[in-house]
Design a protein around this ligand. Sequence first.
Ligand SMILES: Cc1cc2nc3c(=O)[nH]c(=O)nc-3n(C[C@H](O)[C@H](O)[C@H](O)COP(=O)(O)OP(=O)(O)OC[C@H]3O[C@@H](n4cnc5c(N)ncnc54)[C@H](O)[C@@H]3O)c2cc1C
Length: 372
Amino acid sequence: MPSVIVCGAGVFGAATARQLAREGWDVTLVEPVAAGHVRSGSGGESRLIRCAHGADEWHTRSARRALELWREIDPALVVEAGMAWFARSDDGWEAKSEATLQALGIPCERVDPATLFPSVRDDDLTFTLFEPEAGILRARDATRTLAVQAVAAGARVIAAAARPDGDRVIAGDEVLEADHVVWACGAWLPQLFGDLVSLRITQQDVFFFGAPAGWETPRVPGWVDYDGAFYGLGDLDARGVKISPDVEGPPIDVEAADRVVLPEHLASARAYVAHRFPALAGAPLVGTRVCQYEITPDTRFVIAPHPEHPSVWLMGGGSGHGFKHAPVLAERMSAWLRGDDAPQPRFALGARAADSALRTAGEAGSPATPRS
Ligand SMILES: Cc1cc2nc3c(=O)[nH]c(=O)nc-3n(C[C@H](O)[C@H](O)[C@H](O)COP(=O)(O)OP(=O)(O)OC[C@H]3O[C@@H](n4cnc5c(N)ncnc54)[C@H](O)[C@@H]3O)c2cc1C
């Protein structure tokens, strides 16, 4: 029976541990806090799951397969709400997505956004693309479910912060050895592997606004304004309408930072709400969350063997869009570790050219203000 140590029980590590345990591997999962904890990238109530990825077929197919897998893992984790893309040009990300989705037979249609939202302004939009089969994942619940299913399939959990020692793992006072090691430590990867991984760790703020009846998700879909660098959803589980500026925030210390939102992020979120959803102008702020992105230069993930220890793999760089893909990446990881498939060059370590973002067009320093 092959053996693996998975360090980190965020969505990437928990999905990998579950996948391999269910395939009969001897799995040890090392996590110092808990699956989906508040400072991890996989914490929080919700994550969007959508197939549209511009012209990128690999990620489009991956998201489609992931939706199937999430439903198999637990259908209660998927909120079937659909997702709207607010297009600001005829030939941008949304038009490219539409062509790719149609070529792959994935449902999408241009719609009047007034049919989706109780109040919406669209005079700055060229069209709205709707993915009816997209939706929302219950993120923290999903991450915890993956870890629980990993344990149910035989994984052993060690509650400790691990550190690498060549191809071994030091976890507390235990020295662990296995056929393979997967380091899936999210924003903590740079602390563990230094310059080997090129990740920017940025503060990302999420806002919830109080709304009257009619704004509940799943009736109200998820949405993304790619060029405007905002995304959100309706009122899920009475938490409030979620709005998030998607420009890259300032660097954050994941361990030590107080999780307090930045005033400029709040101001831009309020301005966007007032602009896009006029009936919510002046809506009260009812909650906030501070999370971090771990962003690669081209927003593609890092999933690659260590150059000096080929049995050791690094897995991360979710870049603000990785959550949905986790079960697919876990499937692929099984094939990569077995040697049934070659590592994906797109996820390799080393220098990468900057590319258009797979999340939104929000880059460091770009204005998080509504453009009309
Ligand atoms: C605000 C926000 C919105 C997002 N929106 C979306 C979205 O809509 N759709 C989408 O698909 N994705 C989205 N993402 C991205 C997605 O959530 C992340 O890419 C993903 O959750 C990262 O998972 P991870 O397992 O790599 O990292 P994490 O969840 O951070 O997990 C890493 C784990 O490693 C553990 N760890 C750290 N150090 C050690 C150590 N020494 N030993 C062992 N374990 C260790 C940590 O405690 C943690 O539990 C969003 C992210 C954020 C922050």
